[in-house]
Design a protein around this ligand. Structure first.
Ligand code: ATP
Length: 216
């Protein structure tokens, strides 16, 4: 934390830019990068990059450049501190669309960042500012964006196979709006919100236990 506070704001603003580029480098297997390469990719002059990186304790070596793993580790630690939790939504139907438009805007550390569907009319569009991708590309985007929470608003018949894919892609929490009961490993948390059941149960209680103090 105190480390972060010493970084000038202008430098801090460039962190996500560096971070995104380094993540790509890392996933393509690159282990080092020169300030000239970085400069070209992120369009920041190399003197500024060298100064920025000196704040991170990353001293590039002539002819070697910077260690990609070290920088990535630093960025992850620094950016995660007040980073918002990005959530994926699967199934852009009526309910899913409503969530995308609502998008928890009052809650400034949670945001639906990406959505998935199989309907070609929806794939490739944006709802609010959330891009809708094809389900075929689920794993790729989840890993790239490091998504650990997903909302499920698909038809219940496809909820389990999609859940299995989410689990394999490192998703740790699922907010399940489908009526399906999901099987997941013990380390995965599922919160189930079946709106129809909730409504029916409320009506049932009103009819059968009128006037009962439910908080007893
Ligand atoms: P809702 O149930 O949210 O009111 P709806 O009645 O408009 O939606 P559903 O049939 O429940 O439509 O489907 C919800 C969304 O899930 C649709 O946009 C549909 O295209 C999408 N969908 C269907 N199958 C899949 C799948 N295998 N993967 C991802 N999305 C899917």
């Amino acid at each position: 934390m105190s480390e972060t506070m010493k970084i000038p704001q202008a430098t801090a603003k460039r962190l996500p830019l560096y971070y995104r580029f380094l993540k790509n480098l890392h996933s393509s297997g690159k282990q080092r990068v020169s300030s000239a390469e970085l400069s070209e990719a992120v369009k920041v002059d190399s003197a500024t990059i060298r100064r920025d990186f000196s704040y991170f304790g990353a001293l590039g070596k002539k002819g070697y450049g910077y260690n990609v793993n070290y920088l990535l580790g630093f960025f992850r630690k620094t950016l995660d501190q007040d980073e918002l939790t990005k959530v994926a939504l699967i199934g852009v139907g009526n309910l899913g669309t409503a969530f995308l438009n609502y998008n928890f805007l009052k809650n400034n550390n949670t945001k639906i960042a990406l959505a998935f569907d199989v309907d070609s009319d929806k794939v490739g569009t944006k709802i609010g500012d959330v891009p809708v991708y094809h389900l075929d590309d689920l794993e790729k985007h989840l890993l790239e964006e490091q998504i650990s929470v997903s909302i499920l608003t698909v038809p219940s018949s496809v909820a389990q196979p999609i859940t299995d894919r989410l689990v394999k892609s490192n998703v740790k929490g699922i907010l399940n709006f489908t009526p399906a009961r999901l099987n997941v490993p013990g380390s995965i948390r599922v919160h189930h919100i079946d709106l129809a059941v909730e409504l029916q149960s409320l009506i049932y209680f009103l009819k059968n236990y009128p006037g009962t103090d439910v908080n007893e």
